[in-house]
Structure formats: structure tokens, C-alpha cells
Write a protein that binds this ligand. Sequence first.
Ligand SMILES: Cc1cc2nc3c(=O)[nH]c(=O)nc-3n(C[C@H](O)[C@H](O)[C@H](O)COP(=O)(O)OP(=O)(O)OC[C@H]3O[C@@H](n4cnc5c(N)ncnc54)[C@H](O)[C@@H]3O)c2cc1C
Length: 344
Amino acid sequence: MNFEDYSGVWVFLEEDGDSVAPVSLELLGAGRRLADKRGVKLGGIIIGNDVKHLSTVAFEYGADVVYVYDQEIFTHYRTESYMKALLHCSEKHKPEIILFGATSTGKDLASAVATDLPTGLTADTTELDVEEDTGLLLASRPAFGGNIMATILCKKYRPQMATVRPKVMKALEPEEGRVGELVEESIDVKEDDIRTKVLEIVKTTTKKVRIDEADIVVAGGKGLGSAEGFKLIHQLANTLGGAVGASRDVVEAGWIEHHHQVGQTGVTVTPKIYIAVGISGAIQHLVGMKNSGMIIAINKDPDAAIFEACHYGIVGDAFEILPLMIKAFDQELSRKEVDHAREV
Ligand SMILES: Cc1cc2nc3c(=O)[nH]c(=O)nc-3n(C[C@H](O)[C@H](O)[C@H](O)COP(=O)(O)OP(=O)(O)OC[C@H]3O[C@@H](n4cnc5c(N)ncnc54)[C@H](O)[C@@H]3O)c2cc1C
């Protein structure tokens, strides 16, 4: 394999027909940094039906070139059809790096493509860098139960591939009117070639709390003692208009559903304010919230690891502090409402 044939950093751009997924925009930000360090182009690849217009978004968020496969067969995501397009594009244009969001689509597609190419794939990456001279991608992720950060290299194959967790990288500020090169590609793939058929799309009707999109997350740990004690977390979150997060131990105890779990095996969040109550601060929890704007920890153990990771720490009993906070914020917010009503 001649590595010199490979050039450019690519991002697989996930879309829903109308918009590019936030994680893909974040990856364009990360990819821009890698491409600049290497002195190569940043490419985006979009596969779908009626998706060509989304290339403008990719250019505004940092892409130099966008490869588009705009065909009816790509209306719905299916591993086989998308994999064929990505393999075609990768074999034709030979990028040195391809990044995917660690979403269900990104993980599925990346693993299928890496197997077929074949090349190496680092899953669930949380940090990315590149060696300027060798072009080796340094993809880091928590390993061995989160006790260490492992940096994984793919020394013998190209392209190097990684899936990256949503909300870990930062998107660039979009530059309105920024343009790039649009490369329209297509492949000859027939419906009969694809084994998976989409018969019906059933949209979920359960109301999920999107803690990954909330500005304020109030998260509780085993220190709340019981499902009853955990209700104080819901109350504070309600008062502040925030979402509820939890440690894994709380989820395992059955006090709240898994989609509230923050951390290595849960969700990664980056709210403006993260309030951690009765959470010890295990590394597996920290990796899911350490990039929050402001971290406030409440714990009765002054030596708890969470105090190493927070901006403000309150040493004390959650059952004394939370009711005081709820009362104080309630009063403050109703005072503001009265003032606002007076002004109006
Ligand atoms: C492979 C693997 C993956 C994992 N993934 C995750 C993950 O995604 N997310 C996650 O959270 N964990 C994860 N864990 C588990 C993690 O290692 C910890 O066990 C877990 O985060 C601890 O949860 P906790 O902080 O709620 O409980 P504990 O560690 O039991 O901490 C409870 C804290 O509450 C404090 N406390 C007790 N009473 C009070 C009180 N009245 N007021 C104030 N403070 C009080 C205590 O001082 C203590 O610090 C994972 C572990 C492994 C091995």
C-alpha cells in the first residue's frame, strides 16, 4: 500500500434530507484542524436522495470539497447501499482519514466500510490529533473500563477511520457564502442488489428527555440514597428548566431510565451548567460531562474525585442543600416574573 496515494481528511455527513446532523458539523470542525495541520483538503461525503443542496452547509462549516451521491436508492439509510457508495468514493479519491459520528448510522456504516476496505477503525473516539509528518491519526478513547485513555494508531492501512462521539468536538462558526468544490458521483446499484428493504418507518412516540441538548443538566448519583431521594434532582431540574442526568449506579438501581445516564456507557453532555449531586466522580462518569461550561458539585465527602473536576464545589449533605437551592431559585425566578410583569 503506497501511503503517498492517499490525501485529505473526510467527514461522512449524516443528514435527514433537510439538515446536516450536528455531530457531522462538529466533525467538520475537528477535521478542519487535522487537515490544516497536514496541509491537505477537508472533504465531506453526503449520500442520500435530494441532498445536493446540503453541500452549501458543509462548505460554510469548513469543507473544501464535497462528494455527493444523490440517488433515489439512497432515500433511506441501508448498510449495503451506503457502504457501496462510500467504498466507491474512497477507492476512487483515496482519503487518508475518514471520520464518522458515533451514532447508530455512523457506527454501523464505519464498521462495514472498514471491514470491506479493509482498514482499521477506532470506535467512540473522544480526542483526535494527527502527526504532521507521518499523517498518523492519533485517535484517543477511554479504555480498560475507563481507567486509562488509549491512543490508537492504524500504521499499516489507509484510510484511517474513526467514529467520534457527538458533543465532544466543536463545530466552527459557519462562514456565510463560503464555497468549495462540489463533486457529483453516482454508482450503478439496483434495488435487487440490496437485501434490506424498508417496509415502513414507525416514528417513536415516547417523549425522550434530550439531556444532550439541554443548557442545564442536574445529575444525581447514589448519594441520593433512594428513588424517593432522587426526586429532589427532578425538582431542582424543573425549577431551573433543565434536564435530569444520572450516574450509571443510579440507572442500575432502577431509579431512572438509561437514556438519562451520563458517561462512558451513557450520553456525552456539554451543557452550560452541570450540577452533579451525590456523584463520586468516577472517570467513566467524568468523560461524559467534563466539557460542560460550568460544573457545580455537591458531595458530603470533601475528598470525592468530583471536586477535582468541578469549577464550584459544595461540601455538604444533598438533603440539606437541595431544598435550599430549590427554594432560593423558586423565589428568585418568581421575583423576576413579577418584575417582568410590572415592566410589561
Ligand atoms: C465499563 C464501565 C463503564 C461505566 N460507565 C459509566 C457511565 O457511563 N456513567 C457512570 O456514571 N458510571 C459508569 N460506570 C460506573 C462508575 O465506575 C461508577 O461506579 C459510578 O459512576 C458511580 O456512581 P455514583 O457516583 O452515583 O456512586 P458512588 O460512587 O457510590 O458515589 C456516591 C457519592 O455520593 C456521596 N454522598 C453520599 N451521600 C450523600 C449525601 N447525603 N449528600 C451528598 N453526597 C452524598 C458520596 O460521598 C459519594 O461520593 C462505569 C463503570 C465501568 C466499569
